[in-house]
Write a new protein. Structure first.
Length: 251
């Protein structure tokens, strides 16, 4: 996007990667939403930035937080997401909403007990690592795709949580108690562009967000693309569409 003439700020979320703060590896819908507004704060006080032409691109889980931030922060004039995840929904209900109310209750009870353990130990326990150390071949396709990205030279980084660590266990509590797309209709009349791969296991998040959002909105499905293809494959990511979307709407 910078090569296409935009001033671009990219950042790691609070408490992860290159961002500071303690304790590490906290997953907080409030903080991650605030991170976007803090970025808007920073951009808006730069002398070379037109603060009336600020947009957001959110990828994967941060696509959902980008929508949440845009709903509350009227300084954002347009928002686009790629391979968007609704993290509050998937944490609360599981994939394709398969988690039962009884399972949710059991999970909350376990996390409550874990808080006591964390308080006693003075440390924040980490959840079991999400990806296996090796692929056996019988895993779901999206697990294979994630492994191909996070566990190989393609996307591995020693300070990346998904590559080489895990989120805090009790961080799930905030996600389970704050539905981040509650106010998606309030993004209107500012435009939304939702981009997802045709073969992405996460496509339904973008499709349902599109249904819930008010106009103007657009859903773009990339043929034959999987979820992680929109992370880094520059020949698959529709940069021309993103460029046109923002140049038309940031004016």
């Amino acid at each position: 996007m910078a090569q296409r003439g935009f001033a671009v700020l990219a950042f790691d979320p609070s408490y992860t990667g290159e961002s500071g703060g303690e304790p590490r590896f906290i997953a907080s819908p409030e903080i991650f939403t605030e991170d976007f507004s803090a970025a808007v704060d920073f951009l808006g006080i730069q002398e070379n930035i037109d603060r009336n032409k600020i947009g957001i691109i959110g990828i994967c889980g941060f696509g959902g937080f980008a929508l949440n931030a845009t709903a509350i922060d009227k300084r954002v004039k347009a928002v686009a997401t790629l391979s968007m995840y609704d993290m509050s929904r998937v944490t609360t209900r599981g994939y394709f909403d398969a988690t039962t109310p009884e399972q949710r209750t059991q999970q909350l009870e376990q996390l409550g007990l874990q808080r006591w353990e964390d308080a006693k130990n003075g440390t924040t326990a980490l959840a079991p690592q999400g990806l296996p150390k090796e692929i056996k071949g019988n895993e779901p396709q999206f697990v294979k795709d994630y492994f191909d990205y996070y566990k190989t030279k393609r996307g591995f980084h020693e300070r990346s949580i998904n590559s080489n660590g895990a989120w805090s266990a009790t961080g799930q509590l905030g996600l389970m108690n704050m539905p981040i797309l509650t106010y998606i209709k309030e993004i209107s009349p500012r435009p939304i562009l939702l981009i997802a791969g045709e073969n992405a296991h996460s496509k339904y998040f973008s499709e349902d967000a599109f249904k819930a959002a008010a106009e103007p909105k657009e859903l773009m499905i990339i043929p034959n693309a999987a979820h992680v293809d929109l992370y880094d494959k520059v020949d698959v990511i529709p940069f021309e569409k993103l460029e046109t979307f923002f140049k038309v709407n940031l004016k």
